[in-house]
Ligand binder design. Structure first.
Ligand code: NAD
Length: 510
């Protein structure tokens, strides 16, 4: 049942980094130890940037911005097109590195790279679609319009669980919008970031060269993130991570009136109604709750089930939970890989203990021993039947724990769905058109993402991604998210021979 771990990860990682073109100087010496969650085995040791080095990187990025903003947007799109080509060529290697560094199963590691390719394609199109409005003016012989200009250095702070895709959502847009990027990846997953830096460098050479500093990757933890957050030369910081991180970063940006694009924790629910197609529901719940070992911001954490279908649904879910293959994420057939580290495993234990103390009945949730991976932290996904939405149910525990609650009236289900501090993603499973439409209406789900008959996780890049309340309010990727990376100017032009003032104001100086 549990797949054994096969080969040395450190050797394979070194091979992959060499093939992906990572500068060996980036990999020599230093204080930051990187381990693979598959075995807990150390796979690299890197130097961390200090405050001075981070400030110098921001300085280079600022200089690069001044040159890059003058390059026409469709030409900037060509750089991102080439980056997409590099990602296509390196998809297998980079996907494998994601699997080794984060512990994602093979198809999810590859899927992460595909998401990067998709956002590059999107951004290439966007590079010819950056437009403003022409607005009717009340004054004769005047024209009013808005123009969108590059903003400046875009700071990008990313979380471990989407170590490269989240960067690309920001960077592909930032580059076509005319910005430079300083990226601080998670200290838990810096190797995939260095690989992307190398692929970007290849694209830049094929482009014919880009200003030095257009992409700066600064390695380190919170201290590096704080330098980026506080530097007045960075007008926008896009920060993805826990709500605790957002609580620290948001006010610091507000103090200096910088833009904050916050993508924080979720506590996502699905409502299962009496008319739900249970075949679809079971499959959707299984992927959303157990996939990525529950380590997606959009992972399904709460199942709100009508009491008439509860028994049938739980019986089917229990079968899936008890049979799903937990183990080496590289092995064919594995669906649930490891948690990222010992801290995550401890928080998983604490949440289950708190749920039991609050009257929860737990199926699964036990540690799983994987042959050859004693240093990895593997757990069987847990299905927890709760008497009420209390204790750990209103928190985000970044692990595969699904709390099950019951309801009788649809209003009660919506109130439960909205009754948590987070507001990222949500779903309803129903064949009843009135329920579906109410869920999507102003009095329905209060989340940034609301779905019908699909789970809450696995977003496509075409839509705007992000959530409300403690999720931070940011929006990334598709729709009009690009506007966060640009500054808008409203321009009024007088082509007449008089000077009428707005609102009929007169100011006659004779
Ligand atoms: P984390 O908050 O521990 O770290 C995220 C990043 O923030 C890291 O790069 C870290 O070094 C940096 N950081 C931490 N404190 C900082 C500070 N005070 N100043 C500047 N930078 C700081 O999160 P994690 O454990 O890496 O990731 C998991 C969390 O991320 C979950 O809560 C998950 O829901 C969330 N997440 C959200 C989204 C989204 O789009 N909403 C996407 C992915 C992950």
């Amino acid at each position: 049942m549990n797949a054994p771990v096969a080969a040395s990860l450190a050797a394979e990682t070194a091979d992959l980094l060499a093939r992906l073109g990572v500068d060996p100087a980036r990999l020599s010496g230093g204080t930051l130890a990187v381990a693979s969650p598959i075995t807990g085995e150390p796979i690299a040791r890197l130097a961390e940037a200090g405050a001075d080095e981070t400030a110098a990187a921001i300085g280079r990025a600022e200089a690069a911005f001044r040159a890059w903003r003058k390059v026409p947007a469709p030409r900037r799109g060509e750089l991102v097109r080439l980056l997409g080509e590099e990602l296509r060529a390196a998809k297998a290697d980079l996907g494998r590195l994601v699997t080794i560094e984060v512990g994602k199963i093979t198809s999810e590691g590859l899927g992460e790279v595909q998401e990067m390719i998709d956002i590059c394609d999107y951004a290439v199109g966007l590079s010819r679609q950056i437009f403003g409005l022409t607005i009717a003016t009340e004054r004769a012989d005047h024209r009013m319009m808005e123009t969108w200009h590059p903003l400046g250095v875009t700071g990008v702070i990313t979380a471990f669980n989407f170590p490269v895709a989240v960067w690309s959502w920001n960077a592909a847009l930032a580059f076509v919008c005319g910005n430079s990027v300083v990226w601080k990846p998670s200290e838990k997953t810096p190797l995939t970031a260095l690989a992307v830096e190398a692929l970007f460098a290849r694209a830049a050479v094929r482009f014919g060269g880009v200003p030095e500093g257009l992409l700066e990757v600064v390695i380190g933890g919170r201290a590096v993130g704080e330098v980026l957050t506080d530097d007045p030369r960075v007008p926008l910081v896009s920060a993805t991570g826990s709500t605790a991180m957002g609580r620290a970063v948001g006010p610091r940006l507000a103090v200096r009136f910088a833009r904050a694009l916050l993508e924080l924790g979720g506590n996502n629910a699905a409502i299962v109604t009496p008319s739900a197609d249970l075949d679809i529901t079971v499959r959707a719940v299984a992927f959303a709750a157990m996939g990525t070992a529950g380590q997606r911001c959009t992972s399904l954490r709460r199942l709100i089930v009508h009491e008439s279908v509860r028994e049938a649904l739980i019986e089917r879910l229990k079968k899936a939970y008890l049979s799903v293959r937990v183990g080496d994420p590289r092995a064919a057939g594995t669906l649930v890989g490891p948690l990222i580290d010992a801290g995550a495993a401890a928080r998983h234990e604490e949440a289950l203990a708190a749920a039991r103390a609050a009257g929860g009945v737990v199926t699964g949730g036990e540690q799983v021993a994987v042959e050859g991976a004693a240093g990895g932290h593997y757990v069987r996904p847990a299905l927890v039947e709760m008497p009420a939405q209390v204790g750990p149910v209103i928190e985000e525990t970044f692990a595969p724990i699904l709390y099950v609650l019951s309801y009788r009236e649809f209003d009660e289900a919506i109130a439960l769905q909205n009754g948590v501090p987070q507001g990222l993603s949500s779903s309803v499973f129903t064949l009843n058109m009135r329920e579906a439409e109410r869920f999507l209406s102003a009095e329905g789900s209060d989340c940034g993402i609301a779905n019908v008959n699909i789970g809450p996780s696995g977003a496509e890049i075409g839509g705007a991604f992000g959530g409300e309340k403690e999720t931070g309010g940011g929006r990334e990727a598709g729709s009009d998210s690009w506007k966060a990376y640009m500054r808008r100017a409203t321009n009024t032009i007088n082509y007449g021979t008089t000077l009428p003032l707005a609102q009929g104001v007169t100011f006659d100086i004779g």
